[in-house]
Write a protein that binds this ligand. Sequence first.
Ligand SMILES: [Zn+2]
Length: 136
Amino acid sequence: MELRTLGRETLTMQVTAESTFRDQLMDRRRRLESAVAGKTPSGDVARLLVEVDAALARMDGGTYGLCEVCHDPVEIDRLIADPLVRFCIDHLSPREQRALEDDLALAARIQRSSCPKPTCASMDGKSRTCTIRREW
Ligand SMILES: [Zn+2]
């Protein structure tokens, strides 16, 4: 009983998310088309249009949100961040892999510069500053 309920909710959530992604993709497509204003698209715009069309074709074919390598579902938060992602976290393209590493490096830098400890126990809650850092 519990499992069946969970299954239905998961399915409903996926269908809702997919129609949201479709709206986003259609909207992106419209904006790209108005940006090229009837001219032949080139460079980044042309590439993006191809990717948006490919994503819409995957929706029609029922493979949207699945990794093109292992056919496992792509993490939903990554689809929300970029509805054009085609690979799960294990099969990122080299470019996406680099972008992800940059993100993680940046996050690590931010964490290091804000406080010497990963989870700072001395945030005083009012000024949101680290008291350890001030004592140094
Ligand atoms: Zn994969």
